[in-house]
Ligand binder design. Structure first.
Ligand SMILES: Cc1cc2nc3c(=O)[nH]c(=O)nc-3n(C[C@H](O)[C@H](O)[C@H](O)COP(=O)(O)OP(=O)(O)OC[C@H]3O[C@@H](n4cnc5c(N)ncnc54)[C@H](O)[C@@H]3O)c2cc1C
Length: 570
């Protein structure tokens, strides 16, 4: 696929005018581009990183481990140069070209915060783990029920049709499990559980009424879908999939947008700020810096979708100052930058399962199983934390050398044809509350290469998350004991805030401009032709992986934008 792209810009206003501008080409920006282009708008996607063309720019996708440098392991130099990035499990020789290196784009940590980024066409959609559970009203009503932060301006019924809409296009494999905390969606056939997971699922059913182990709903295709090939069970997704077996902007939304003839994508284009027109009280376009030439330029449009991912979108809003908005676009409430959340995955327990020695894993399934939330839900009430958590659960069996044990000679040869016992690993995935004090702001002194202020990040888990974390470990141990597993061990995690790569909040949606940045359709209060539909819009974090919700929110907002344009309201 070839995207049309502009070269260095020295053109007049007319050539720089589009119907719509989308900032960022990752998961949410890809959806905005597809929806706006398909509805007939000439759309310019501005992306700060380089072009990544589907298939052509996946250089390691078909490489065997022995064809990669250092058998795909990071060198000591890579680790010492990238102390933050090297804590991300997906960073390896085969994927390193898709990650921002620590030194390339610095930021200021007031408290430890690992900011993992992918600056390229496709953003982190190339790198994500593709888990896609829907939220329910347990999540959308939680803030209001508990008097925490502010109420979401939407409920499940508002977003449910848009979940269906994006699932049908993205291709989500999963089982219809009938669980109210993760409503069923429009699923392709599910992947299969292995024997250890089936055993554990049945044990949980015997011992608990409220714990249902299900196959994770995942954006990997289990059959051909809309021109993309099915997942080959190679489990190499993070390198980019030449079959289009998983959903990414590059494999799915951007090609759909391009097919309309309405898409222009301009890589190497950092959006510096949104230009607010005091006369019309709307945005008229954006200021851009070409990262190759460092030339500054302006592009104009009727509407702007801001999809630079949570923290960069907030940075752009903060950097968009005018006499009407001296503290950043839409920031009448003073909430811009506040209420930063990231999930808490700091709880992992492993154990071995006796038996099933005659069985081994078949293929490399690129996902796991999922134990949905059971805390503070149904009959369960916890006294020392609110909200809840899910677990990712994986059953596996491997040889000693695969597990990283060192061996040589006959011992190694023997090991290569033998497998150790089955193991079950459980990782807690906890909700994080939106605290006003968890925040980002612009540095007053330090700037990046594009003359944009560096972001200062000041966030931490608090008592609710830490109490929940202890319960995630204790409950996992209890479940594994009841299921008669052996060698149960807690695996220390110590992940910094940010490393779960579900950063959310900082430009939240709400019902009231006095307490939020975005209205119920993701329009910036006071500048309604700017829509912000990535994770920055989130009013709480739930415990499900969030990106499916960003997709649904984006498609819903794009639909609203088109209707408002037709009514000449924007
Ligand atoms: C290893 C890993 C595993 C993950 N697993 C899951 C999972 O299982 N489920 C899940 O729901 N989520 C998962 N995530 C998170 C998921 O990737 C993000 O939630 C999602 O990509 C966010 O989409 P986005 O559009 O907001 O941002 P991105 O996909 O990050 O895209 C943002 C784009 O904006 C561009 N940009 C930034 N600033 C500017 C600017 N000023 N001007 C122009 N362009 C700009 C960036 O270069 C980037 O291309 C995972 C992430 C990683 C890295």
């Amino acid at each position: 696929m070839k995207y049309s792209s502009l070269k260095v810009n020295a053109k007049g206003k007319e050539q720089h005018t589009y119907d719509a501008i989308v900032i960022g080409s990752g998961i949410s920006g890809g959806w905005a581009a597809k929806e706006l282009c398909e509805k007939g708008l000439k759309t310019l996607v501005l992306e700060r990183g380089r072009m990544v063309e589907h298939r052509k720019d996946y250089p390691t996708a078909t490489k065997h481990i022995w064809e990669l440098p250092y058998r795909n392991r990071l060198t000591q130099e890579q680790i010492s140069e990238n102390p933050i990035l090297s804590r991300c499990y997906a960073y390896e020789q085969a994927t390193e070209h898709f990650f921002v290196k620590d030194k390339e784009h610095p930021y200021i940590q007031k408290k430890p915060f690992d900011w993992i980024r992918g600056y390229q066409v496709g953003g982190k959609s190339l790198l994500w783990a593709r888990w896609t559970q829907r939220w329910s009203d347990l999540d959308f009503e939680a803030n209001a029920r508990e008097g925490v932060a502010i109420d979401w301006p939407i409920r499940y019924r508002d977003i449910a049709p848009w979940y269906s809409y994006v699932e049908r296009f993205a291709g989500i494999s999963g089982n219809r499990d009938g669980l109210p905390q993760i409503p069923d969606g429009e699923f392709l056939p599910p992947m299969e559980m292995n024997c250890a997971e089936v055993y554990f699922r049945d044990q949980l059913k015997t011992h608990y009424k409220d714990r249902h182990l299900v196959i994770s709903r995942t954006a990997n295709l289990t059959r051909p879908h809309l021109g993309r090939g099915p997942c080959q069970h190679r489990d190499l997704c993070y390198r980019g999939c030449p079959f289009g077996g998983y959903f990414s902007s590059n494999s799915a939304t951007l090609p759909a947008a391009e097919k309309t003839g309405n898409l222009t994508i301009r890589p190497f284009s950092v959006v510096h700020s949104i230009i607010y027109d005091e006369r019309t009280q709307k945005a008229k376009g954006v200021r851009v810096i070409d990262t190759n030439t460092k030339e500054t330029m302006e592009f104009f449009s009727k509407i702007v979708f801001l999809n630079a991912a949570t923290l960069n979108s907030t940075l752009v809003l903060m950097n968009s100052k005018s006499s009407r908005f001296p503290n950043g676009l839409g920031n009448d409430s003073g909430e811009l930058g506040h209420n930063l959340m990231d999930h808490n995955y700091n709880a992992r327990v492993e154990a071995t399962l006796e038996g099933f020695e005659d069985k081994s894993p078949f293929g490399k399934r690129p996902t796991g199983t999922y134990l949905p939330r059971f805390r503070n839900f149904g009959q369960d009430r916890q006294s020392n934390f609110s909200r809840g958590y899910a677990y990712s659960v994986g059953g596996s069996r491997s040889s000693g050398s695969e597990r990283g044990e060192s061996m040589i000679g006959t011992e190694l040869k023997k090991d290569l044809t033998s497998l150790g016992p089955w193991k079950i690993e459980m990782t807690g995935m906890g909700e994080c509350l939106p605290y006003h004090e968890n925040k980002v702001s612009l540095s007053k002194t330090e700037k990046d290469d594009w003359d944009m202020p560096l972001l200062e990040i000041d966030a931490e888990y608090k008592t609710n998350e830490l109490n929940m974390q202890k319960d995630m470990v204790d409950s996992a141990i209890e479940m594994l004991q009841k299921a008669n597993l052996k060698n149960i061990e807690e695996v220390p995690m110590n992940r910094n805030f940010g490393l779960n790569i579900h950063e959310m909040g900082t430009a939240r949606m709400g019902k009231d401009p006095k307490t939020s940045i975005l209205n119920p359709y993701n329009q910036v209060w006071g500048c309604e032709n700017v829509f912000v539909t990535d994770g920055s819009c989130m009013t709480s974090s739930a415990c499900q992986n969030p990106s499916l919700t960003y997709m649904a929110i984006t498609a819903r907002a794009a639909d609203h934008a088109i209707k408002e344009l037709k009514k000449q309201n924007l």
